[in-house]
Structure formats: structure tokens, C-alpha cells
Ligand binder design. Structure first.
Ligand SMILES: O=C(O)CCC(=O)C(=O)O
Length: 414
């Protein structure tokens, strides 16, 4: 049986808690640059919003431990935001009652709720909670982090964009990078590149079609069967293919199944063949790529990009919505977070009518549903530090004349 702590030990523990509390209050009030009583509320003035402080480095483990603690000791959460490199975060319960329950259950010292940080690498750590009247969007820390909030990448988030996660294992990812790094990187303004198959020509953004083609390099071996499997889902319309004047429509097998008749469609791969041009981009944290569409006429409709090592927010901006006899402009924009080892496939509107880019930043902000909370409306805002990211863009060179896509605004042929 564990011995009960002595009076002296309890006193020491209380002093330690008090010191942590005072430190946390000081850090929050200084960083928020507001008077104490507008920043932190006393325990007899409850609020459904709380500051949480002293949790460690603010990584995903911290976020999960704090989430579990809040759900168990409080109730359903609406949002929990922690910011890497900052020692405090902000959370909001659905109901004030939940915040009150957490404060009451875990209160050790007046005006302070402290939890032992079990699950972290430092189980001795004490985490402190305070009521606050401030909403997340009122915090100075949020302003400092003025970064667009990205949504997790999902299929259909933009028409024609498909997303496939964990297409390779972490071991395959490491092995690919080792091989890739044995080859020479060419330095551009804000990233480094390698090209395979046809050489990519910057300036005209196309390829030298007369150049002798090299097969895709061996380091692609783990991903090629996955790409084939994905491309096998795609079909092209025989009817439209027969007419050289029309844009070739593309559908997936499951879309055709829903629509009814698949007999007039043939496999995309059979018609166009496997990708034959590959561009590698190496981004250090802070690097990016300016807004662009992959030039329409030199490449077939479908292209794919694989992310290695780091996730990143990709910004998409819609060109123009083209309607018959009418010119209308749309400013539609999406920020989409691509996970490492995920593959995105561009087709249709996403390929032809949306510019994509990566902003030059070191941190991305992602809002996602909590995997821990059963509540479907509990969102977690996470700041993710970028690491080195290497992307592989697979394209198929096109020899059959100009592009006839229905999006002339961003088309080099129309
Ligand atoms: O890094 C990426 O995922 C995108 C690369 C890209 O847009 C390009 O190579 O044109």
C-alpha cells in the first residue's frame, strides 16, 4: 500500500502548484497584453472557456492527453487549440457546466486547476487551467498565428480532386528518400527540383517532346503499383474519344456505376498509358511554390502528387466559372492540408480551373475533427511545424494536339 504523503510533502507540493500558477498567469497576461481581470477569471466567475498552460512542447501527444482529461473530467468540447512553441492554449466546452465540473473536480489550490500530466514524457509535470472570458479569435496568440486554417484533404473537396492516404509505408518513404538524395538537386528560388522522364522546361512550363525518354527511376517502384491500382478506377468515354474535336471526359468506375451505363467507357490506362514525366520538389521549412495550373496542352488530364516526410497546406484558387453565354467571376479559395505519404490526383475542374500553390511559411494551421472525442462537432486547431517535404508529381506527356478543356481562362490552347 502506498504511504499517504506527509504534511511537509503536501506543503511542498502546494508551493510547487502555486509557483506554476503564478508563472502561467504571468506568461498569459504578458503575451495577451491585457489587464489580468480581462484575461483570467476567478473561480466564482465561471465561463465555458479556459486557458490551459504548462503542458510541454504542444505536440499531438499533449493535445490528445489534454483532450482526454477534459472529456473525462469536464464534458464535450467544442475546440482545443494549442500552439507549438507557446506554453499556453485555449479550449472551449460546449456547456459552461462542463468547464465548472473540470475546475471543481481537479481543483488543488484556489483559482487553479492542476493535473499531473500522465502520458507525457514528464509525469511530474503540472498542467494549469484558468477560466477566461476571451474567445479564441480574440486572443493575441491567434493574431500572431495569422495563418489560413486548412481543412484536411478529402476526395471531392474540389470537384475532380481525389485523395489517397498512406499509399506507402514509413519504411518505403525512408528508402525512397535515401535513393532520391543520391541524385543531384537543382536549386530554384524557393525550392530544389529533380526531373525524370522528359525534362521539364521552366519559363514555358512544358517539356521537350523530342528528347529521348528515360523510364521512371527505380525509387518509384513502391508507388507504381498503387498508382496503377488507382488509375485502373478511371475510365474515358469512347464516344468522346472518337471525336478529336471534343474534350475527353473522365469518370471513375464507381461514379459510372451510380450513373448507370459503363459500356461505352474504356480504361484510362489502356488509352493513355502510364505516367512518363516526373518532377520532384524539395521544400525546406519556409519554402513554397507560386500559384499555377500545370500547363494544359503538354500534359494529359490526370496528374498526381505524392507527399513525403512533411505535411503541408496547399492553397487552391478557382479560376473562372464558365457558363454558356455568360462571364462570371468566382473568388473561391480553399486551403487543404496534405498529409505525408498521401497522394492527390488532379482531374477535371481541379486540374484545369484551380490554381494551386504552397505559401512560404514554416507553420501550417489545420482544423480537424477530434479522433478522441466522440462528439462529431469537436474541432481541434493544430499548428504544425513544417519539416523538409519532398513531393513527386507524376504527369503524362500529351502528343494529341491542343487542350480542349471547358475552362478557357487558364488554358494555354484556347
Ligand atoms: O509540391 C507539390 O505537391 C506540388 C508540386 C507542383 O505543383 C508542381 O510540381 O507543379
Amino acid at each position: 500500500m502506498e504511504e499517504a504523503p506527509s504534511k511537509k510533502e503536501l506543503k511542498r507540493e502546494e508551493q510547487r502548484y502555486k509557483k506554476k500558477m503564478a508563472q502561467a498567469q504571468g506568461v498569459i497576461c504578458r503575451a495577451e497584453n491585457r489587464p489580468f481581470d480581462q484575461t483570467i477569471l476567478q473561480n466564482d466567475c465561471p465561463s465555458k472557456r479556459l486557458f490551459v498552460s504548462h503542458f510541454g512542447c504542444g505536440d499531438e501527444i499533449d493535445q490528445d492527453v489534454i483532450t482526454s482529461f477534459c472529456l473525462e473530467n469536464g464534458g464535450p468540447l467544442l475546440n482545443l487549440s494549442i500552439f507549438p512553441g507557446n506554453t499556453y492554449g485555449h479550449l472551449e466546452f460546449k456547456e459552461e457546466e462542463s468547464a465548472r465540473r473540470l475546475i471543481e473536480q481537479a481543483m488543488d489550490v484556489k483559482n487553479c486547476v492542476a493535473m499531473r500530466f500522465e502520458g507525457s514524457d514528464n509525469p511530474d509535470r503540472i498542467v494549469v487551467f484558468y477560466y477566461t472570458p476571451l474567445r479564441l479569435d480574440e486572443l493575441k496568440i491567434s493574431e500572431k498565428m495569422e495563418i489560413p486554417t486548412a481543412e484536411p484533404a478529402t476526395t471531392g473537396i474540389i470537384p475532380g480532386l481525389y485523395v489517397y492516404e498512406e499509399v506507402i509505408t514509413p519504411e518505403e518513404e525512408e528508402a525512397m528518400l535515401r535513393e532520391i538524395d543520391q541524385n543531384k538537386w537543382t536549386k530554384l528560388l524557393s525550392r530544389k527540383v529533380q526531373h525524370y522522364g522528359y525534362e521539364f522546361k521552366y519559363g514555358t512550363n512544358d517539356v521537350d517532346q523530342s528528347q529521348v525518354i528515360e523510364p521512371l527511376p527505380q525509387f518509384c517502384d513502391p508507388i507504381i503499383p498503387k498508382i496503377e491500382h488507382i488509375l485502373n478506377e478511371f475510365k474515358v468515354s469512347q464516344e468522346v474519344m472518337a471525336s478529336k474535336e471534343k474534350h475527353t471526359e473522365i469518370r471513375t468506375a464507381s461514379e459510372l456505376e451510380k450513373e448507370g451505363d459503363a459500356s461505352q467507357w474504356e480504361p484510362y490506362l489502356k488509352h493513355y498509358g502510364m505516367f512518363d514525366q516526373l518532377t520532384l520538389n524539395n521544400y525546406a521549412p519556409g519554402d513554397g511554390i507560386p500559384p499555377h495550373v500545370d500547363k494544359h496542352s503538354p500534359f494529359q488530364e490526370i496528374f498526381m502528387a505524392l507527399s513525403l516526410k512533411s505535411g503541408v497546406t496547399m492553397h487552391f484558387k478557382k479560376g473562372e466559372v464558365v457558363k454558356e453565354g455568360e462571364e462570371s467571376k468566382s473568388e473561391a479559395q480553399r486551403d487543404i492540408y496534405l498529409k505525408p505519404r498521401s497522394l492527390i490526383l488532379f482531374s477535371g475542374e481541379a486540374r484545369y480551373n484551380w490554381l494551386h500553390s504552397i505559401a512560404q511559411r514554416k507553420i501550417d494551421k489545420v482544423e480537424e475533427q477530434s479522433a478522441i472525442s466522440k462528439e462529431s462537432d469537436c474541432t481541434m486547431t493544430k499548428l504544425r511545424s513544417r519539416q523538409r517535404r519532398v513531393s513527386l508529381t507524376f504527369r503524362k506527356v500529351k502528343f494529341d494536339g491542343p487542350c480542349r478543356c471547358p475552362y478557357p481562362l487558364l488554358c494555354d490552347s484556347q
